[in-house]
Design a protein around this ligand. Structure first.
Ligand code: ZN
Length: 382
């Protein structure tokens, strides 16, 4: 499988900012379909939002919904909505099988605290950790209330959706919406290029989110794209600050790290090979007069340039903050000089700037870069 990843020049990424802005709008729309508490007198009551009037199941969500600039912190009466705002979502065990909606009840018949019958005889299940807005999206989808489902979802929403449906084993139930959302958003958009200054924590966060989304929704193209981006443009710290909630198998992170190191090692072998060639007894310079002196200049300028780009001494695996893209970029920029070039009377002074040494390194490193591809989803078992 091959997939291409497009990179931005090393400027500060605006992806995250754009996502936040778009997310506010989506979350605002979702929250708008959930009734707000009318005022202070009702602060302790839970608002019920009915998806199935004949349903036998009520999901009780107490985690406050995300409020942003676009979703006022105040109700229509101007009274602040309490942060502990609890919402009840009335559905049915037919739509949401009970064993899927609560970690308290993973085995048949193992009812525990957090599940009780209300006065109407419905089962009420407390879900204190689940996101209200995302649960509303899921219930709207599985109850066929399609007009209330957002037409587009941005990465933060998709990530939360992936976490929820993976936990509740409801992936298939939302696929009719999640697939077009993912295709619409896609990973084939510019990503930071992995050069120093282009790597930001927001970028890693974007990679983490896409890994979770593509994994949970089994999107092989997106999985290939985003793993390729991670291989090329992430350092050895890919797993740093990885949200434990994100459903990303360790084997995926390990494979990305393995691929990254393998390609970077191959690139370094190209440079090491050149150094070895010029350290040896054989003379590489074609000029009979300047031969070994010219070789010494090539070797010295090569190492000096590597010092300048901070890749001398040669980095050891796992190459820490270096990225594969970083290596690729540096090795194309190495400033290699020859003695022949500096002597006007030398027959080689004009015909070759550096006896083709830098070009040879660049070509070989570029060939390695071109072989980089993402991971194949099929190689990983759920
Ligand atoms: Zn020479």
């Amino acid at each position: 499988m091959t997939c291409n990843v497009f990179f931005l020049e090393p400027t500060k990424s605006t992806i995250s900012t754009a996502l936040k802005v778009d997310n506010r709008s989506t979350i605002a729309k979702v929250n708008a379909v959930i009734p707000q508490l009318p005022g202070k007198s009702c602060q302790m009551a839970a608002t019920t939002y009915t998806f199935d009037p004949d349903g036998d199941l009520v999901l009780v969500l107490s985690k406050p919904p995300e409020t942003t600039d676009a979703t006022s912190q105040k109700s229509a009466t101007g009274v602040a909505v309490p942060s502990s705002n609890k919402r009840k979502l009335a559905t049915s065990t037919q739509s949401v099988p009970l064993h899927r909606c609560s970690r308290l009840c993973l085995q048949p018949g193992c009812f525990r605290e957090g599940i009780q019958r209300n006065a109407a005889g419905q089962l009420e299940v407390d879900l204190p950790d689940d996101d209200q807005s995302i649960m509303v999206i899921v219930l709207n989808i599985i109850h066929g209330r399609n007009r209330l489902v957002p037409k587009h979802a941005h990465l933060e929403i998709l990530t939360k959706l992936a976490i929820l449906v993976d936990k509740c084993q409801m992936v298939e139930g939302v696929e009719s919406f999640s697939s077009p959302w993912i295709n619409d958003l896609g990973t084939k958009k510019p990503l930071p290029n992995g050069l120093p200054g282009g790597i930001e924590i927001d970028y890693q966060k974007t990679i983490h989110r896409w890994l979770a989304v593509s994994w949970v929704f089994r999107q092989s193209d997106e999985f290939c794209n985003i793993t390729a981006a991670a291989i090329v443009a992430c350092g050895a710290n890919l797993a740093n600050k990885l949200d434990a909630e994100l459903p990303i198998p360790e084997t995926v992170i390990e494979s990305i790290a393995r691929e990254r190191e393998s390609y970077m090692s191959k690139m370094l072998e190209v440079v090491k090979g050149t150094i070895k060639q010029y350290e040896g007894k054989n003379v590489n310079c074609p000029c009979a007069k300047h031969g070994s002196d010219c070789d010494a200049m090539v070797l010295g300028s090569l190492i000096k340039s590597m010092v300048e780009y901070k890749v001398w001494p040669i980095p050891e695996s796992p190459y820490q903050k270096f990225t594969l893209h970083h290596f690729w970029y540096i090795f194309a920029l190495l400033n290699i000089k020859t003695l022949c070039r500096n002597i006007d009377t030398c027959q080689w002074s004009l015909s070759s700037i550096d006896h083709g040494v830098r070009e040879s390194i660049e070509e070989k490193v570029d060939a390695i870069r071109q072989k980089v591809t993402g991971l194949d989803l099929k190689d990983f078992k759920r």
